[in-house]
Design a protein around this ligand. Structure first.
Ligand SMILES: [Zn+2]
Length: 280
């Protein structure tokens, strides 16, 4: 197995929204914000080469929406999705599988693009099977007021229409050494990859634990649909990770790519911070 991690792009989001009930006086000490209260989040995607599979985990915002939409997102930096793949030797046609942790716009938008002739949409990775949990697919298809601006029709419907959608029913091993766990607090059916790499276990924590600042059990995003569930799910995952010495890989942490865990008097916290290149 070979694994790559790269940042598609950074975007800005309201720091208060990312830390829910935690006062700014506390969160801004560990995750700095600008004068408008905005914080920088990268969008790290993972590429896993396993046997004949080239698996891409999450695809970023994409570029289908208008200028007004992206004015609020403030995209900057990063390698870009297609360019990041290319730098590592992959064309879009080489991707055999796209694993989408969930269908919020910053995680799946890059899967679908506008057709050049303007007649609708097409898949960015034409040869890939798109894996989404059944729970998340059904939840997003119903949509709801709270997540209406995160579940965008143009990101989701073309995946079903492509005929390349694989709905994942249960937690299981999707590919040798590549399993998924399923969570419900952030959004029902959030799929988190757990990857056995040599003697290590890597957990791509996605939106369950977006940054190291979200390791404390009650430091959670206000975007979460069910915060008590998030707390319970984080508690379970963090205990399992500590016990088995897993390495957490952060999708959204601008300052830390990976870390191990330690028990402290305050609960489970980060131990050794590492860059991804240190662990592979
Ligand atoms: Zn999300």
């Amino acid at each position: 197995m070979k694994i790559h991690l790269f940042n598609i792009a950074n975007f800005l989001v309201d720091g208060g929204a990312m830390f829910g009930v935690v006062p700014k006086a506390l969160w801004s000490r560990v995750y700095p914000s600008d004068e408008n209260n905005l914080i920088v989040l990268p969008l790290r995607s993972m590429i896993v080469e396993e046997g004949n599979h080239v698996i891409l985990v999450d695809t970023g915002w994409g570029d289908k929406q208008d200028e007004k939409f992206f004015r609020h997102v403030h995209l900057h930096g990063g390698e870009g999705l297609i360019n990041g793949l290319k730098t590592r030797g992959f064309d879009p046609e080489d991707i055999t599988d796209v694993v989408l942790t969930h269908l919020h716009a910053d995680h799946c938008g890059g899967s679908v693009m506008k057709k050049k002739d303007g007649s609708g949409f097409e898949m960015v990775f034409p040869e890939a099977v798109y894996h989404v949990s059944r729970t998340q697919w059904e939840w997003a298809s119903k949509n709801n007021l709270r997540e209406a601006d995160a579940f965008l029709e143009e990101n989701i419907l073309p995946i079903a229409q492509s005929g390349r959608l694989n709905l994942v029913d249960d937690e299981n091993e999707l590919f040798p050494g590549f399993s998924v766990k399923i969570f419900y607090g952030h959004t029902p059916g959030l799929m988190i990859p757990v990857i056995k790499y040599k003697d290590k276990t890597l957990v791509y924590t996605g939106d369950l634990i977006p940054t190291t600042a979200h390791l404390p059990l009650i430091w959670n995003m206000s975007y979460d649909i069910e915060s008590l569930k998030t707390i319970e799910e984080k508690n379970n995952l963090l205990n399992e990770a500590l016990e088995n010495n897993y390495i957490l890989v952060f999708q959204h942490d601008n300052y830390t790519e990976c870390c191990t865990l330690q028990m402290t008097p305050k609960g489970i916290r980060g131990d050794k911070k590492m860059s991804f290149s240190d662990i592979i």
